[in-house]
Design a binder for this molecule. Structure first.
Ligand code: 3HC
Length: 293
């Protein structure tokens, strides 16, 4: 199927990036949020990224304007009706996603494909509440979606071959490296990455090293672009707790359990970079590590 118009549900950390790369690829995009504030913030991030690309001479101003013009921000599910593909990137909460899919499935044209960008929830459970499980797949992008090369294409039990192929074709069109992943909790990357970040937090709790030293250790010692605690802040500490709960339930292994430090930070409203504080304080010019007392 030719994609002409893509719907993106959610214009947050992942949704704004997915909307941007789809529009940069020449597709019309409708991006839907639950309130005007969130929508404006997400669209503001897209404008800022495009502005930076123009400043760096990587994009002409006219092309940046054309990308923005291809994106229709909306609060109304009705605007998704004629999309060929709808990708959801809303909060990592199964009940919320199921309610949303029931509504969207009734509105979007019958031959459209649906995809979830879930980090950890079951793709099949989401497909099951729609009338088109054969047209439903997982498309797991990585943050920042504009930069990270990987796209995990997830085949759920009822996904049809056409839908899975569409996922790979979409990845190719966006210049992503694609991998096929089974519909298990965390797919490939989060299955490995999340316990690694949790281990870094446990190392911090056990006094193995400071926030800065643990991060520097993995950057300089293993050539990671970010240390694990910076990465946790970057992903969002509340998102990590949500992923942990799904993984513990699925695998029943302690290594997937959210460490105390992570829970305490989230309970205190410190969600990482997006809230201005997590393992680092982001209020100044440069992030400052916040070591546990
Ligand atoms: N949005 C858009 N573009 C961004 C960006 C953002 N948030 N952050 C950086 N970029 C762009 C920059 O504009 C720059 O573009 P250019 O090459 O065209 O000039 C390029 O990325 C490199 O950025 P910087 O020079 O500012 O910084 P770095 O070289 O340090 O790279 C990084 C930043 C790409 C974020 C790098 O630190 C990195 O790869 N970090 C690891 C990220 C990672 O592991 N992500 C996966 C998280 S897990 C996940 O998403 C799964 C989920 O389900 C939890």
């Amino acid at each position: 199927m030719e994609i002409g118009k893509v719907g993106v549900l959610g214009c947050g950390l992942m949704g704004h990036g997915i909307a941007q790369i789809c529009a940069q690829n020449g597709w019309d995009v409708v991006v839907r949020e639950i309130d005007q504030g969130r929508l404006d913030r997400g669209m503001g991030k897209i404008s800022k990224q495009l502005g930076r690309a123009v400043e760096k001479g990587k994009l002409e101003q006219a092309d940046a304007d054309a990308v923005l013009a291809r994106i229709t921000p909306t609060l109304d599910y009705g605007d998704l009706a004629d999309c060929d593909l709808v990708i959801e990137a809303i909060t990592e909460d199964l009940d919320g996603k199921l309610d949303m899919w029931r509504e969207v499935d009734a509105i979007v044209k019958d031959d459209a494909y649906l995809a979830t960008n879930t980090s950890s929830l079951s793709v099949a459970d989401q497909a099951a509440v729609t009338g088109r499980p054969d047209r439903f797949i997982g498309l797991h992008f990585f943050n920042p979606a504009q930069v990270m090369p990987l796209l995990e294409v997830v085949r759920a039990e009822g996904s049809g071959d056409d839908a899975v192929q569409l996922g790979f074709d979409l990845g190719d069109a966006l210049g992503k490296t694609t991998v096929a992943a089974r519909d298990n909790r965390g797919f490939i990357v989060n299955r490995l990455l999340v316990p690694y970040m949790f281990d870094a937090m446990r190392a911090l709790e056990q006094g193995v090293g400071s926030v800065q030293d643990i991060d520097t250790g993995m950057m300089a010692g293993a050539s990671h672009p970010m240390g694990p605690l910076t990465l946790a802040d970057f992903v969002g500490l509340d998102t990590l707790v949500a992923i942990s709960e799904v993984m513990v339930e699925s695998y029943g292994e302690d290594r997937f359990a959210a460490p105390d430090t992570l829970r305490s930070l989230v309970d205190a409203g410190n969600l990482g970079r997006k809230s201005g504080r997590g393992f680092y304080d982001y209020s100044g010019e440069k992030p400052v590590p916040v070591d546990p007392a």
